[in-house]
Ligand binder design. Sequence first.
Ligand SMILES: Cc1cc2nc3c(=O)[nH]c(=O)nc-3n(C[C@H](O)[C@H](O)[C@H](O)COP(=O)(O)OP(=O)(O)OC[C@H]3O[C@@H](n4cnc5c(N)ncnc54)[C@H](O)[C@@H]3O)c2cc1C
Length: 424
Amino acid sequence: MSVIEGTLRDEARAWLAENWNTDQTLAEWWHKLAAAGFAFPQLPEGYGGRGLPQSAARIVAEELGRIGAVAPPGGLGQSMGAPIIMDFGTEQQQQDWVFRLSAGQESWCQFFSEPEAGSDLAGLQTRAVRDGDVWILNGQKVWTSGARTADRGMMVARTNPDVPKHKGLSYFIIDVDAPGIEIRPLKQMNGQAHFNEVFFTDVVVPHDRIVAEPNGGWMVAVATLAYERQGQGGRGGGGGIQAGSPGVKNGDLDRPLSELIQQARAEGEQAANDRNKRTAGAILQLAKDEKRTTDPTMRQRIMSMYSESEALKHSNGRARAAAQKGKQPGPEVSTAKLTMSSLSRQARDISLELMGPYGMLADDDAPYDGAFHTMALSVQSASIAGGTDEVQRNITGERVLQLPKEPQVDRDIPFNEIRGLNKR
Ligand SMILES: Cc1cc2nc3c(=O)[nH]c(=O)nc-3n(C[C@H](O)[C@H](O)[C@H](O)COP(=O)(O)OP(=O)(O)OC[C@H]3O[C@@H](n4cnc5c(N)ncnc54)[C@H](O)[C@@H]3O)c2cc1C
């Protein structure tokens, strides 16, 4: 343990002994954490942090977890928005938003994907046209997680269609309740409505909402996706109890911590129960319950799943150890996501086969409270979110195996001359 880590741990422990109690509201607690620089220690002082290395967040998370305190706010604004504004925003933007994000006073969503632009994000068609001091936004986004409870959104829009696609994009921070924004929830096959499609009609966005230069949005978008990948590796809220997502709209901010902790524990158990159904351990238990552990083919499939999940565990451990020593992410990061989506699919296929017709039953009165059924209808997202499996393979091929780059025939052609894309 370094001197910085030891000092931080001692300071965090002493501070928590004085400041943690469950009588305060969530808003009061998150504000205190941010003001003391313990919410996101890797951010600069005055913005919710202490200007420490990324590994400092883990120390604070461990101390929060040790006493069962509520974790700092987690969400796309906190994991991606705040560091992006610190990297690319103006001083005014940093002052307007970063502390508020660290203190959970607002929640952000990500307006990137469109019906015809997901993997090929640079092909997006939402337009922003300048009109004096404002930009007028028109278009559609899809897959927007959490748009209904978000206060603001990270938006990439096309501001110059006459140049190649990567060069004519700008990055805005927009207010989700601005006139002209319509949010429609999308119901998934597992019954939840995590995503939304969002329509923008003549939405007015002030010029000072641009992050970086006009038409310089691609670089900011790529950096946002890098923070997203880092978050998938566990950068978010960390240890301690997760008590709802931040933002005024979900109504949690004014509730006392005692109440929220009780609710978070109940929801956490349910979520862990659902998540655990994807593990090799849960599948083995199911095979035992169904008396199929003597079936040689089934044994082989479960063993193969178990071996893969053990390899992933150790590989993730290696990646964490390297990151703590300040090393750049290696090939294990590229393959971890592919392994996770493969394991999810194996859990789905093996569990449904083991359960036979009972696997089709949903809800609490089904076997295992319908948890395997819910899992089977939810695992598809693992191979799509944050870059599809095919895209991960392309990245692995190019950056890890040093194979030739995928041909990009439209890279240098003005966007409005690319056939099939200039529809609007
Ligand atoms: C759980 C979840 C949460 C999400 N949250 C958000 C969010 O909050 N905000 C947001 O903006 N987006 C969000 N997304 C969207 C996500 O980023 C996109 O779904 C993803 O980038 C894929 O884009 P697409 O769905 O348009 O598929 P497409 O890009 O159209 O891909 C379709 C198929 O073609 C394949 N393909 C595409 N290009 C290539 C290639 N070059 N080589 C080989 N195969 C290729 C893909 O692998 C896929 O199988 C979320 C998605 C999920 C599942």
